[in-house]
Write a protein that binds this ligand. Structure first.
Ligand SMILES: *[C@@H]1O[C@H](CO)[C@@H](O)[C@H](O)[C@H]1NC(C)=O
Ligand SMILES: *[C@@H]1O[C@H](CO)[C@@H](O)[C@H](O)[C@H]1NC(C)=O
Ligand SMILES: *[C@@H]1O[C@H](CO)[C@@H](O)[C@H](O)[C@H]1NC(C)=O
Ligand SMILES: *[C@@H]1O[C@H](CO)[C@@H](O)[C@H](O)[C@H]1NC(C)=O
Ligand SMILES: *[C@@H]1O[C@H](CO)[C@@H](O)[C@H](O)[C@H]1NC(C)=O
Ligand SMILES: *[C@@H]1O[C@H](CO)[C@@H](O)[C@H](O)[C@H]1NC(C)=O
Ligand SMILES: *[C@@H]1O[C@H](CO)[C@@H](O)[C@H](O)[C@H]1NC(C)=O
Ligand SMILES: *[C@@H]1O[C@H](CO)[C@@H](O)[C@H](O)[C@H]1NC(C)=O
Length: 459
């Protein structure tokens, strides 16, 4: 069964584009409501934990900052972001009882509150406070006053990306902790699919806000498994094409132009000179790889302030029309990198794109900086091809099921659930219990230490 957290494959590229902050406005087609979603709502379900949605849950709005990363005047404007809280089973601040937070994905929050059962199904066991937060630009969490305004143009859409979204979540969770005097309560973030990626990245980026993450069916490695043409680079091309058709054509034609020059005697050294490379090129593909990386970088980090794709295309299209293709490309590189540079494509400079996209490096990031993340996968789920399927460390683990489907483990329990699903959820809950137990032990030690300090300061 699918839920709103689990997108159709049509949405996947869309998802990745927001996830890596590579936003250009025209990519943001407003996702159609999947017919499956309506069907779920009518499905007669046997619920293990009947809940009174209207009675147990508070529907709230937070005055959210539009832009968490820039300091322009409009960055400080705000919009109302929806979140839903249930404190029915919360053990309270005195016992530092935990907070379970569901990080909304590419859909309005309503269905999540109904169907993401992992939170309510475990609320009694953990005495947890439950918080569901809606993703910006969905449901009732629309900036600029209306959907129409929010989706109007590149300026208004520039704030629609996952980096802003997880910063929203951090702000709301810190606010909730303060409201409930729950500063010592550990937070576990939960998400599915794109939301699962958000949850795992949230734990990496805001480890002081969340103690751990449960990332269900999160295809964070998806692009390793598909050919570049089909996935990542098709988005990059699309970006450039949308910025300028002639720029796109020039780049397309440049690959064979590079090959042609490189195949001649002196060709490579001419290319090295022309592109002012920081080291002599040994092969044509060296240059092509660098250029591809540069374009990818631009598309991926195509942020509202700078619009690097437009900058590159401005350089390419701005070159005199009589110029040869490679002079145009050089002009594009100079426009992006700045023409003051002594040389380009220094071999030491690893781009963020390269870091972000290769499995080796994601694995490395998780190994080095990651802890307390569960990646749960159903191996029947096509998206599991992009999931983390192996245990990375003691606390970055994969909990897989052979017959599981997309996001199944975080949906609410049913009486008819197969044993393997019950077991998968038990495993996840057990791991989370372990994190929380360790946290309480650490907290206790810290408090003893603090008291000692207090004592020694007094005398
Ligand atoms: C659900 O909660 C509402 C508001 O508290 C209450 O009026 C209603 O009677 C409750 N319904 C059930 C079935 O408990
Ligand atoms: C939200 O914050 C802005 C800026 O701080 C303020 O001007 C506005 O009145 C606030 N709105 C609400 C509903 O609190
Ligand atoms: C929580 O602790 C404070 C201070 O020790 C106490 O005043 C308060 O009554 C406690 N609250 C509950 C719900 O136990
Ligand atoms: C986008 O729309 C807003 C509101 O109508 C307008 O103020 C702004 O100038 C537009 N930006 C662009 C890049 O067209
Ligand atoms: C390389 O540069 C030299 C000198 O500018 C030129 O004569 C030669 O034709 C160039 N070779 C190629 C393959 O472009
Ligand atoms: C690469 O890094 C070096 C040192 O950090 C810097 O001086 C140089 O400008 C960088 N080159 C590019 C192309 O970014
Ligand atoms: C990873 O570790 C967890 C906890 O020890 C275990 O339940 C799980 O089966 C392991 N996953 C894999 C893929 O080995
Ligand atoms: C998975 O499903 C297949 C076919 O329905 C079944 O034969 C197999 O036993 C199942 N595996 C597990 C681990 O439940």
């Amino acid at each position: 069964m699918k839920t709103s957290t689990c997108p159709s494959s049509v949405c996947l590229l869309f998802i990745f584009t927001i996830f890596f902050n590579s936003v250009t406005a025209s990519r943001f087609n407003i996702p159609r409501l999947s017919p499956i979603k309506g069907a779920i709502l009518q499905e007669p379900e046997i619920r293990s934990s009947e809940r009174n949605i209207s009675g147990d849950y508070e529907d709230l709005f937070y005055n959210q900052t539009l832009d968490h990363f820039n300091y322009r005047p409009e960055s400080y404007s705000t919009f109302q972001q929806r979140y839903v809280i249930s404190s029915k089973y919360w053990g309270g601040a005195n016992s530092s009882s935990p907070i379970f937070a569901y990080l909304g994905a590419e859909a309005p929050l309503d269905n999540d509150v109904l169907f993401i059962g992992f939170l309510p199904d475990n609320s009694i066991r953990f005495k947890a406070l439950l918080v569901y937060i809606e993703h910006r630009y969905y449901g009732k969490s629309i900036p600029f006053g209306s959907r129409e305004e929010a989706f109007k143009n590149t300026s208004t859409l520039g704030y629609f990306n996952s980096a802003q979204a997880i910063a929203d979540y951090a702000e709301i969770l810190m606010y909730v902790k303060k409201q409930y005097h729950a500063e010592d309560s550990p937070v576990i973030v939960v998400g599915g699919s794109y939301g699962g990626m958000l949850a795992s990245w949230f734990r990496l980026k805001y480890p002081h806000v969340a103690l751990g993450a449960l990332a269900s069916s999160a295809p964070i490695l998806y692009f390793d498994d598909i050919t570049p043409q089909d996935g990542y680079y098709s988005i990059v091309s699309k970006d450039f094409r949308e910025a300028s058709e002639s720029c796109y054509q020039t780049i397309r034609d440049s690959w064979s132009a590079i090959d042609k020059v490189a195949s001649q005697p002196d060709g490579l050294s001419n290319l090295s000179k022309k592109f002012k490379t920081c080291f002599p090129l040994k092969t044509a593909s060296e240059l092509k790889d660098y250029l591809l990386e540069l374009y990818s970088d631009a598309a991926q980090y195509n942020q509202p302030l700078r619009y690097p794709v437009n900058v590159i295309c401005g350089g390419i299209d701005g070159e005199a029309s009589g110029s040869d293709i490679l002079s145009k490309i050089v002009a594009g590189v100079a426009a992006y990198e700045g023409d003051h540079k002594f040389c380009y494509f220094s071999p030491n400079n690893e781009s963020e794109t390269a870091v972000g996209w290769s499995w080796q490096n994601i694995k490395l990031i998780l190994q080095r900086f990651g802890s307390n993340i569960i990646f749960s996968n159903g191996l029947k789920d096509p998206y599991s091809s992009g999931g983390v399927l192996e245990n990375i460390s003691d606390s970055v683990v994969a909990v897989n099921t052979v017959n599981g489907s997309h996001c199944l483990d975080i949906l609410r329990k049913n009486y008819g659930d197969p044993d393997w699903l019950v077991k998968q959820r038990e495993t996840e809950v057990g791991i989370i219990e372990g994190w929380i137990a360790k946290y309480y032990a650490d907290l206790k030690e810290l408090k003893i230490y603090d008291n000692r300090n207090l004592y020694s300061r007094k005398i």
